[in-house]
Structures are given as C-alpha cells and as structure tokens.
Ligand binder design. Structure first.
Ligand code: PLP
Length: 282
C-alpha cells in the first residue's frame, strides 16, 4: 500500500513519524475517515469542514489547503486502486521534546492511508448488529474528533467478549452514541430519534445527511436524548457512520427488537443514504 506522510507518497514500510510526535506521546491529534464507493469520495466536504473545526477547537495549525487535501485523497485512492473502503487522515500537533507545554510554531504532521473494505454489501446491513450498554467514560469534548480511542476500543472489546458487536455508551442514564457511530431509534409511532448535538457526542457527518434525507422524505425526526430502556422498547434501532452508512441494530443490552431482523425504516434510510451519497460522490 502507498501511504502519504508530510508531503511524500511512500510504500507503507518506508513511511516514518518521529517518536517525539505529540500524536504518539499524548494523543494530541485529530482524524477523519472519508468513505470511498465506486472509487469516489463520499461526503468529502463535510469531513473537511469537521476537520477544520477539530483543529480550531484544539488551536492546532492547518496542515495544508482543502484543495491539497482533496488531491491527496484522490491520489491515494488512485494509486491503491481502491474501489470501496475509506481514506483515513490524521493531523497531529507535531513533534518536539516531550513536554505538556507545546511550542506555538510546531509543524503539524499529516498522515493519510487507504483501507479497502466492503461497505455497501457488508453482512451486518442485512443481519443487523447486537449492542450492549456501557457507562460512557470518555473525556467531555467528544465533539472534537481526536485519536483518543482507548475507551471506545475497550468498550468494543467488552462487547465482543460478550458475543455482541458493539456498545452504546450511556451517561447520566441517556445514550450518548456508539463507540464509533451515532445511535438512533424509531419509536412505535414512526418518529426517528437521535440525540441532540452538544459536546457530549461527535457531530456525525452521516448523521446530518441521514437527518436531512429523512426530513426530505417526509419522515418525522426528533433530536433528543433517549435511554437504553426506551431503545429496548422502540420499534427499531440503527446507527450511522461514514464507514457503515446506516446499519440496523436488532438487539440492545439483551433485549431483541421486534422480530430480531432489520426494520423497514432503517432499511429504507440505508437505501436513500446510499443513493444520495453516491449521486454526490466526487
Ligand atoms: N461517533 C463517534 C464516536 C465516531 O467515532 C464516529 C465516526 O467515526 C461517529 C459518531 C460517526 O460520525 P461520521 O458519520 O461522521 O462517520
């Protein structure tokens, strides 16, 4: 695989980042993942807009222009012949001798690589997934997409250890989001519900698009908190993320939803999302 590091395209074995990089020593870094379908980028503008916001919230320097970022994404997709999968991008504050205080003139580290993966026909789209509930122990600025992914990794490992697929994180009795996705339910009267935006959760790019398309399709959407108990008694549940689009959830913390198969709303939203984002891919 060819990867990108600070201005160079290199075979992955030859790519190097300093051991003093603050991304490595202090998780002082932000990232984005942009999906690829038919060799084209989905929701590129949304991901880049969120990258700018993450960088600005952490007072980190911009690594390069948006045009250059697009060019690097496209070049990697081309060189690695990715038809379906994703492009991972990470910006760190840069490298300097280890210190909590950083120098203002650090040069950001920019790394990108591709991952080939099937998304459109992923088996979970037809089977749905099972989630457990876990207390959310992440830091309080989950709206910034940092590489501090230890807690979500532990939560996902716990789900796997219990024979399930993922975890929904719970704070003060309400679901914040999934380990790497936004959580949704469909009430028995057909209203689509997902948590309102705040610093408690990541402002998902897929979440925003799905919400827009659902409203355009005359579906009723509510942005509010919900509990695990409400989710267990909902008609349907699903999650959204760039790397899994809309994926049905069929079991929540031991309770099976409906007949245990993906519901019609989740299936319809997945189809709409696929068609719309494919039509807008660049
Ligand atoms: N929430 C968290 C914690 C995530 O890590 C992600 C994606 O990585 C999402 C939500 C979904 O965001 P997006 O739709 O932009 O991929």
């Amino acid at each position: 695989r060819i990867v990108y590091v600070n201005g160079e395209y290199l075979p992955e074995e030859e790519a190097k980042v300093s051991i003093f990089d603050r991304g490595f020593l202090m998780a002082d870094a932000v990232y984005e993942v942009c999906s690829v379908l038919d060799g084209k980028l989905l929701e590129f503008e949304g991901h880049i807009a969120r990258l700018h916001r993450s960088l600005s919230e952490l007072k980190m320097a911009e690594p390069c222009s948006d045009e250059e970022l697009l060019e690097i994404h496209r070049e990697l997709v081309k060189r690695n012949e990715v038809k379906e999968g994703g492009v991972y991008l990470q910006v760190t504050r840069g490298a300097s001798d280890r210190d909590f205080v950083w120098a203002k003139d650090l040069k950001p580290t920019l790394v990108l690589f591709t991952q080939a993966k099937s998304i459109e026909h992923s088996p979970t789209a037809t089977t749905g997934i099972k989630v457990i509930a876990i207390e959310d122990q992440r830091w309080a600025r989950r709206d910034i997409k940092t590489v501090q992914l230890l807690f979500p990794s532990l939560a996902k490992m716990e789900a796997k250890a219990q024979g399930k697929d993922d975890a929904w994180l719970v704070e003060d009795g309400f679901v914040t989001e999934g380990t790497s996705n936004n959580a949704w339910i469909v009430t028995k009267d057909g209203t689509i519900v997902t948590r309102d935006l705040s610093t408690d959760l990541l402002h998902g790019i897929t979440r925003a698009s799905v919400m827009k398309y659902a409203k355009e399709a005359q579906m009723k959407v509510e942005e509010r908190k919900f509990t695990i108990e409400e989710a267990q008694n909902a008609a349907e549940a699903f999650f959204t993320s760039a790397s899994a689009f809309v994926t049905p959830v069929v079991e929540i913390d031991g309770a099976t939803l409906g007949d245990g198969t993906p519901g019609p709303v989740a299936r319809r939203l997945r189809e709409i999302y696929l068609a719309e984002s494919r039509a807008r891919a660049i």
